[in-house]
Design a protein around this ligand. Sequence first.
Ligand code: UT7
Length: 325
Amino acid sequence: MTVRRSRIVACGSALPRRAVSNLELAETVDTSDEWIVQRTGIRQRYIAGPDEKTSDLAIAAARAALDRAGLTGSEIDLIVLATTTPDNTFPATASRVQAALGMVGGVAFDVQAVCSGFVFALSTADNMMRLGQANRALVIGAETFTRILDWNDRGTCVLFGDGAGAVVLEASLGNGDADDRGILSTHLRSDGRLHDALYVDGGVSSTGTVGHVRMEGREVFKHAVTNMAECAEIALKANGLTVDAVDWLVPHQANRRIIEATCRKLGLPLDRVIMCVERHANTSAASVPLALDEAVTDGRIKPGDMVLMDAMGGGFTWGSALARW
Ligand code: UT7
């Protein structure tokens, strides 16, 4: 049976100009390089300057992905952008990206699922493309997450960074089995009862302020491991596969220990995991596409590889996407 799928044909990414090491951070925050590396694996993060907005990073990442795909913005008919830190309350940051890329048709909008945002955006675009509502899409995860940090809260401010990653999706036809190239399946979940374990204490309709990230770290850690392992297993089962079939896991990059514990649960060796948390820290919706771009660019992810993307974030939200590259 012939089925319509979407396939990732190119990746791109962008980082702010300024990298800040743990040592530099420890000059103003009551922390140490040793604590941060031991508890999280993070060694540095990029912090956007006042002139670097979420849309600037998103546009740069999207342009890099389009260049690699040999396409222009006018050939794209869908942009789904995941962010928790939009330029403005409205309109969507995606509309700025749409205009900057010279895309005059189609549709561009944002989705919000915090650190799971890229997987949610990918799932949205994939489903629209399967239904024939779009033929070529840009899926972007972009954040200036450091704008919502409380620099007096050492339990959160050392963990996050800024950046953007983008992928170009093209519609393709397959046989409907796991040998098809393209996105094989996506699975999304959420549980609103856990809202208060990871949230921002401000917002348009609550306080009228932007607010800061608040987190119960241990609670989030525990659920992250359980939920990311669960979603990975669901993706494999849905495609009649076992963990042995996975060439690369591209997990949300929040904490090296979360990734390691998830892999132990899955029985997946760490040499099949893409990890860049040490250089980027947690960039929320940008973390999975930043990791993807790095691994595709350096040749680790190759055509035909089975790639499992997996994320977890505030809400709680979590989800996975399985793709044959
Ligand atoms: O994308 C999803 C978003 N978030 C996450 O995935 C984060 C999930 N959680 C985590 O990654 C971990 O829970 C953290 C890295 C946030 C914290 O690690 P932990 O091993 O759970 O440490 P903890 O919160 O239990 O704190 C241990 C100690 C405390 O001191 P006492 O009470 O034992 O004396 C903290 O005050 O470490 C202290 N501490 C710090 N010390 C130095 C907390 N933050 C820092 C810091 N520098 N930055």
